[in-house]
Design a binder for this molecule. Sequence first.
Ligand SMILES: [Zn+2]
Length: 505
Amino acid sequence: MKKSLNKKYIKYVVFAFIVAILFVSVLFFCLKGKDSDKTILSIYNMKLVYDENNHILSGQEEINYANNSENCFEKLYFHLYPNAFREGAVAKVVAQQNYENAFPNGESFGFIEIKSVCDSLGESFKFCIEGKDENILAVDLKEKLFPDENVVIKIDFEVKLANINHRLGYGENTINLGNFYPIMCVYEDGKGFSKDLYHSNGDPFYSDCAKYDVEISFNSKFDIASTGDLVSSEKDGNVTKNIYSALNVRDFCVVLSEKFEKVTKKVGKINVNYFGFKSDENLEKCLAVSCDAVETFNDFFGDYPYKELSIVKSNFVHGGMEFPGVVLISDKIEDPRDLNYVIVHEIAHQWWYGLVGNDEYNHAWIDEGLTEYSTLLFFEKHTKYGENFKEMINNSLKNYILFEEVYKKVTGKVDGTMDRPLDKFETEPEYSQCVYTRGALMFNSFRELIGKNKFLKAMKTMQKEYRYKNISPAQLIEVFEKYGGRETESFFNNWLFDKVIFTKG
Ligand SMILES: [Zn+2]
């Protein structure tokens, strides 16, 4: 009995052993499969010093670039957006009609100088500056970078700021540090590296999400608004050194000012910060609409995942501008309704551009159209702000029809194609009518087709499937197709490629 029991026991042990091996193997292959789907984040490590007397930002940047593509690279490319501010730049930094607002003290120039490009051991890489406006840094790698491999590149640079009310520049009230550092060009399988030139229309940017660790030193007389979470803050004499960390963001922005007055309110776990100026009487109102926007979009599209969101009043030539965790709101906006509108629009960009990104140069209608329509959805829900959703849609339609009529009269033709690169829009009004107005009308028309519930579900699905990624037009249509059926593709193509006939309602 004992023996037979032992025999049985051994059989069980062998059986259990085989099952265990099978289980571990299956688990191993599952995890491996999952891992190969997973994007490895690149890491930007920056040390920045701002010299406010000379308007110079010195930077040491270390990029740990992860090759998530299926190709080998011999060269890597970075955008040098500050060179858009150079004297003699081919691409104008703002459209002619905005020069006066952009340069209140006369035309001014800025640039980025690349001091050195080295590997992790401090040995130089060969590099050159290319592009029509010296807008691309090309780095020759010492050895091929294979898929799933990383390479460390250290870049020392210096940015001279122009005196301009723009994303990058110093103005009367704020110093705006947006698009200031060499940032990796996005690689798309089949297309290569995206190296589009700056353009005054729209936001000519395109980037991948990454991890950012940033140290910035600046005169303590300034207050600071920044992307990311504050890790530490030290004061030494009149210099403040702050360290920030941000995970899964596609850009990094800093704003400095001596005039800031900050108010904060929590929405769930998020600190919503409104940075106005000391003399402002509307701080609490601006904070309230900001909080309403965060709460509403959390509900509509899925939670904002970061701890901080800063809405920052600043010198800015246009209405506002979005960066991850930071939005700029022009200090020129006086009308309270306009101010509400711009705040809500820029906050909506945290979902459309920030979390779900896209190639803003070639498909600006994706983030601007979705954002503009999200803004209308916000005012549809919150009637207390005095806007009327139906009226807003009707006004958009009227404006768009008027644009087509006037354009036809003046130029003899009109092109309502939405899906085209920024440099293919002849004027700023053409760009804004096709991308914003027509964009919002398109999404509203689709929502009327499938109903509001399904429309919001589609928006949520897009956030779930493409959060921290970039979405292409085809992928966006594919998501909507799940809710709109087979007609969806032709619906979008008609709108995107100017095959819709508008009639006055
Ligand atoms: Zn926008």
